[in-house]
Design a protein. Structure first.
Ligand SMILES: Cc1cc2nc3c(=O)[nH]c(=O)nc-3n(C[C@H](O)[C@H](O)[C@H](O)COP(=O)(O)O)c2cc1C
Length: 209
């Protein structure tokens, strides 16, 4: 898949926290909306994709995996994959056109790196760019319980302008499958990035209606 400057463009980072399905559901939903995705996956993000979703979901096979799992609609979007070691990639600069970035899921290590502006790799640098350019940065941390440094790092990111969107699916929509839970989280991410979605039904005031 190649870049297309006429499309809305979003950066997505996948890091080594549990919940790879949140990443694949978010990617599929963005692609199905015709978005151009600038994707970067950390080494442990790669491991979690493979460990939690299987050999067919490795980064090299990700597009066919998304199509098989979520349907042909993902072909509406485009995707560029960057190395996490490439600090010269387009998304390392504020001159690139991404309107926002989601780190989904976001490890406590990457959270710490963003909180302290370390820019040690492309995930951290692209997130830093979002903060300095005052663009949307949506972070989906997953850990439990959380230490005081981890809690403080979330506060630092929120103070810098990030949206902290913990991997905490709700149950009031009466989920029946793991995919229902992933849909809920992906819908929250798309909403925070400014996209409409129908990934879960809007709250009607009554559970199950
Ligand atoms: C199977 C597995 C599950 C993990 N789950 C989490 C997790 O849920 N949250 C977290 O913060 N770190 C988790 N880790 C640890 C991170 O992957 C580790 O800190 C790594 O250095 C993160 O690097 P990254 O942010 O560059 O991906 C997990 C590691 C493994 C191997």
């Amino acid at each position: 898949m190649s870049a297309d400057t006429r499309r809305p463009s979003v950066a997505v980072a996948v890091t080594g926290a549990s919940g790879a399905v949140y990443a694949t559901r978010t990617l599929a939903a963005l692609l199905a909306r015709g978005v151009h995705v600038e994707l970067v996956v950390s080494d442990y993000g790669r491991r979690l994709l493979r460990d939690e979703l299987g050999e067919q979901a490795t980064l090299e096979r990700l597009v066919p995996y998304l199509t098989d799992r979520y349907g042909d609609a993902v072909a509406a979007g485009t995707m560029t994959v960057h190395s996490n070691r490439d600090l010269g990639a387009t998304i390392a600069s504020g001159s690139q056109g991404c309107s926002g970035m989601a780190i989904v899921p976001c490890s406590m290590k990457t959270l710490a790196g963003v909180a302290h502006g370390l820019s040690r790799n492309l995930v951290e640098r692209a997130a830093d760019v979002m903060l300095k350019e005052r663009r949307r940065l949506v972070m989906v941390p997953r850990e439990t319980p959380m230490s005081l440094p981890q809690l403080r790092n979330m506060v630092l990111c929120a103070e810098a302008g990030a949206i902290i969107l913990p991997a905490m699916p709700a149950f009031y929509q009466l989920p029946k499958t793991l995919d229902d839970l992933a849909d809920f989280m992906a819908g929250k991410v798309l909403g925070a990035l400014g996209f409409d979605h129908d990934l879960y039904p809007p709250w009607t005031g009554r559970v199950g209606s």
